[in-house]
Design a protein around this ligand. Structure first.
Ligand code: NAP
Ligand code: MG
Length: 487
């Protein structure tokens, strides 16, 4: 409801509060490890708390899996692979995946609330993006389960066996779906390790797997910290490691896996360039820039965190962009009007602060949104740096927060050179009215995903992944099956 249609001093409309109800989450007080189809206490009986970053409140306690628990989970996945799943026909595997997809839809409101409480992202995004896309991935890969011989990987593609899957905190449920759906469709069994700060939606998903009647041990979900992830990587009973997270940890994992026969895919960090040419429609460009960097508080591996704007329109784009930044509603993630939610952890907030301090120290011009921040919880106001040089840390390093670095260019060649001047290569955006120019630029960009006149568009049919220090392997689409087949 609009409380006051007059514009506020900041230029934003005032909205009344529209909170979603936290009681929809139905959280248990404490969760065990999901092994062999049931929740079991960890061997050590050690638990840790997961908090709501918007309030600091404890949401639930979850189990900390140690090496003995990882052992149990891998043994369970191996048993399920050998006794059940590897001999379950694709048509039957498909039915389970369809059932999981439908149950995610049925429990979508609950899942969205759980995700927002545990992660801090706006309910609007978990409701409209994370949860529907998670269901869409299960639907999509259900369709492949009985058609693997037509996927282009030979007449009799075989699964790998037991997949160890490690995911980050920025899209907890969606990353779980990206990992589990193709693995199960291809006939593998799984041990999934969610991030320490966002374990809850994966545990609700475990309930959904039970509801779907998925055979025991086909998916095991073990909560814990970095030591749990490391134990999974080291385990000799795992045939494949699929990791999404930081380049730093990805590198460590690659070293550990190098001397083994384990397969590996890595989806790592990024420093996406969003390239705006002078002929691009400016209103759409502004929305695209905003979506590119402020979606999910900028905790997005493929975020358009470097804006490259053609010099002839740079002043106008920047002026309009800053006006739009002031209109972003920052605050209670459970409010349906919120655009930018809480920062997921103190560690992440400190990293954002450190890098933005460097931005000022190295001479960039800082603009901070005039929004008011809540007293409690972890927050960072949307921030734009102009006068950024390519050598600045804020132009080179992944900030993983609501911070945009603006650089300019004069010619398409210069735009390409600057966009490619990064150790990463995950995603880029190109904004132009000329299709020929967009294609010319896209062909020269070194990135796994290139969006034209849009940004942060995801679809299960489309492969996603990086080059260079953004990792290797693809998730989504037919390509996503390859990571789980012996090809
Ligand atoms: P992270 O620290 O690398 O953690 C990712 C996962 O790995 C977490 O589950 C973490 O567990 C676990 N882990 C940590 N140390 C480990 C180790 N030594 N061995 C095995 N597992 C270990 O990354 P993050 O900070 O959570 O996530 C942010 C990063 O993910 C960003 O760099 C972002 O770009 C990247 N990301 C990439 C994609 C993509 O598709 N390319 C998608 C989303 C995010 P704990 O949480 O328990 O420590
Ligand atoms: Mg949490």
């Amino acid at each position: 409801m609009i409380e006051n249609s007059a514009t506020s001093p900041l230029g934003a409309l005032r909205y009344d509060v529209a909170p979603e109800s936290a009681s929809l989450a139905h959280l248990r007080k404490s969760y065990g490890l999901f092994i062999d189809g049931d929740f079991t206490p960890p061997e050590s009986h050690e638990q840790f708390e997961t908090i709501n970053p918007a309030t600091g409140e404890t949401l639930a306690t979850v189990a900390l899996a140690d090496t003995a628990d990882v052992d149990r989970a891998v043994a369970s996945a191996r048993r399920a692979y050998e006794r059940v799943w590897s001999s379950t026909p694709g048509t039957e595997r498909a039915k389970y995946l369809y059932r999981i997809a439908r149950l995610i839809q049925e429990r979508s409101r609950e899942l969205a609330v759980v995700e927002t409480l545990d992660n801090g992202k706006p309910i609007r995004e978990s409701r409209d993006v994370d949860v529907p896309l998670a269901a869409a991935h299960f639907f999509y890969y259900a369709g492949w389960a009985d058609k693997l011989e037509h996927a282009g990987f030979g007449a009799h593609p075989r699964p790998l066996g037991v997949a160890g899957q490690i995911i980050p905190w920025n899209f907890p449920l969606l990353m779980a779906a990206w990992k589990l759906a193709p693995a199960l469709a291809a006939g593998n069994t799984c041990v999934l390790k969610p991030a320490e700060t966002t374990p809850l939606s994966a545990l609700v998903l475990a309930e959904i797997l039970q509801q779907a009647g998925l055979p025991e041990g086909v998916v095991n979900i073990i909560t814990g910290d970095a030591t749990t992830g490391a134990a999974l990587v080291e385990h000799p009973g795992v045939d494949k490691i699929a990791f999404t997270g930081s380049t730093e940890v990805g590198r460590l994992i690659q070293e550990r896996v190098a001397a083994t026969s384990k397969r590996l895919t890595l989806e790592l960090g990024g420093k996406g360039a969003n390239i705006v040419f002078e002929d691009a429609p400016i209103d759409e460009v502004i929305e695209g820039i905003i979506d590119g960097i402020f979606f999910n508080q900028g905790h997005v591996c493929c975020a358009g965190s470097r804006l490259l704007v053609q010099e002839s329109v740079a002043d106008e784009v920047l002026r309009r962009l800053l006006r739009r930044v002031d209109q972003l509603r920052v605050g209670d993630p459970m409010d349906k009007n919120t655009d930018v939610g809480a920062i997921n952890s103190l560690a992440q907030l400190e990293r954002i602060r450190e890098l933005t301090d460097w931005g000022e120290r190295e001479g960039a011009t800082r603009y901070t949104s005039a929004c008011a921040l809540p007293d409690k919880g972890l927050w960072f106001a949307p921030t734009v740096f102009s006068d950024v040089a390519q050598s600045h840390r804020i132009a080179r390093e992944e900030i993983f927060g609501p911070v945009l670095s603006v650089l300019t260019f004069r010619t398409p060649e210069e735009a390409v050179t600057k966009a490619n001047n990064s150790k990463y290569g995950l995603a880029c955006g190109v904004w132009s009215e000329k299709g020929s120019r967009t294609l010319w630029v896209a062909q020269r960009l070194r990135a796994g995903v290139i969006w034209a006149n849009t940004y942060n568009k995801f679809d299960p049919t489309s492969p996603f992944g990086g080059v260079r220090e953004s990792g290797f392997g693809r998730e989504g689409g037919r390509h996503g099956l390859e990571a789980y087949l012996d090809v």
